[in-house]
Design a binder for this molecule. Structure first.
Ligand code: HEC
Ligand code: HEC
Length: 394
């Protein structure tokens, strides 16, 4: 493997492989076993039977995730919209695709994405990372173009670009010793394996939970009681629940296929209960009117760096998010989306407003800020493997 030497060393140390991995790369077994390096209390993610984890696959997936040659224009990579310093979101309201087209939805964080039983903001049919990737890679199912590999010739050309690079021939060989190795099935399996490693559980809140009482200050602790324990009448924890502060998670100890979509009253276009056209949430899949405006509950981990917020990036700051919950929805006074979201007939039960004081709102923001995992945001294992090479980047 030709990853920069320092990187390989840190993998080896973190995986506790010790002396075995100090052997020269040529002698190392191709399928080096995978060992999860999980934060305390984190259950092991579920991995599809036909795509077991391996060190070599994760290394290949990391290269591909950062490689712009994987897009038709050779100008964007997955990391363009999923940037590590922003917990793998992109800081924009909605991202700009390959041809300058605006994506209707905000680029979500990939924090702990291995635990998500469904992917995308409101997509009941997409369960696996391997399947999700057909969206960004091939532009499947929508007029939106992300990486732009919309037809066979473009896919062939992208693969040829990769294989002109010696590093990929070696990396595919190690990750997929069987033939044929250079396929998009393997591209997708490798990237999914890398995505499953994006586990984050090193925030101040995690240190507090592990017994370090000083890890959270007074305000952060008060905010925690509001978000986690119903103080002040807030119901946050009903939806942002568990170790991931998210909707239902799926893992080896909870292989259930649970999924919840909620409408938090962001819109009520023309008092009809509608959300903006093209962004109606679950309704777009089910055509059931009561599913209008329903989206997946995102994780609150690293939320301080993933703004702007919500499925369409229409809420700028955490203070603004809290105002939505305090009011029981959002009122839009004028423009094409005018309407009183508080009165959206499809709004989920229990979101009728929470009278938090100004101080309590500040406490909630303080707690949300304590959910940032600084190590995750700069962990060398998740970073661009070839920052000096122009083909790789965000
Ligand atoms: C142009 C920006 C853009 C690019 C490039 C892009 N994505 Fe995304 N990604 C998004 C947006 C926007 C969504 C939300 C889509 C939705 O909800 O319909 C998303 C959603 C996801 C999700 C679902 C996360 C979750 O928790 O629901 C994953 C996983 C993902 N992308 C991985 C990738 C991978 C892998 C690549 C490269 C092959 C990639 N993305 C390229 C913008 C992008
Ligand atoms: C009924 C379930 C539910 C409750 C209760 C709830 N949320 Fe949410 N939350 C959601 C959903 C669903 C979204 C995404 C909505 C969308 O995009 O339209 C969301 C989005 C968010 C976001 C934006 C995250 C991002 O990445 O864009 C934050 C922050 C947030 N909620 C915090 C809170 C806080 C704080 C509370 C308690 C005051 C709370 N939520 C209560 C379901 C809920």
């Amino acid at each position: 493997m030709t990853l920069p030497g320092g990187k390989r060393l840190s993998w080896a140390l973190l995986l506790g492989l010790g002396a075995a991995s100090c052997r020269p790369s040529a002698e190392r077994p191709t399928e080096e076993p995978w060992a999860w390096d999980l934060p305390p209390g984190f259950p092991a993610p579920l991995v599809p039977l036909d795509n077991p984890m391996s060190v070599a696959k994760v290394a290949l997936g990391r290269m591909l995730f950062y490689d712009k040659r994987l897009s038709a224009s050779e100008s964007i990579s997955c990391a363009t919209c999923h940037q590590q310093a922003l917990a793998f979101s992109d800081g924009r309201t909605t991202p700009v695709g390959l041809q300058g087209d605006i994506h209707p939805r905000n680029a979500p964080t990939l924090t702990n994405v291995a635990y998500a039983p469904r992917l995308n903001w409101a997509d009941p049919g997409t369960k696996a990372l391997e399947a999700q990737m057909e969206g960004p890679l091939f532009g499947r199912g929508a007029p939106i173009v992300e990486m732009g590999l919309v037809d066979e010739p473009r896919r062939e050309a992208a693969l040829a670009r990769l294989l002109a690079d010696e590093r990929y021939r070696e990396a595919f060989e190690r990750a997929f010793p069987e033939a044929p190795k250079y396929t998009f099935e393997h591209v997708s399996k490798a990237i999914a394996s890398f995505e499953r490693t994006l586990v984050s559980g090193g925030s101040a809140w995690d240190r507090y939970r592990a017994g370090d009482a000083a890890a959270l200050g007074e305000a952060e602790r008060r905010g925690m009681y509001i978000v986690r324990d119903h103080v002040g009448g807030a119901l946050c924890h009903h939806c942002h629940d568990g170790f991931n502060l998210s909707g239902p998670v799926k893992h080896v100890d909870a292989p259930f296929d649970e999924v919840v979509f909620a409408n938090i009253g962001l819109y009520n276009v023309g008092s009809t209960g509608a959300y903006p056209e093209g962004n109606q949430g679950l309704y777009e899949h089910t055509k059931n009117p009561s599913d209008r405006g329903k989206f997946r509950t995102p994780t609150l981990r690293n939320v301080a760096v993933t703004g702007p917020y919500m499925h369409d990036g229409s809420v700028a700051t955490l203070e603004d998010v809290i105002a939505v919950y305090v009011e029981g929805g959002r009122v839009i006074e004028a423009g094409p989306y005018a309407g009183d979201g508080r009165k959206n007939p499809h709004k989920s039960a229990g979101l009728s407003g929470t009278p938090l004081s100004a101080g309590q709102r500040r406490d909630v923001v303080a707690f949300l800020n304590a959910l940032t995992d600084e190590v995750f945001l700069s962990d060398a294992r998740f970073s661009n493997p070839y920052p000096e090479d122009e083909h790789f980047g965000e």
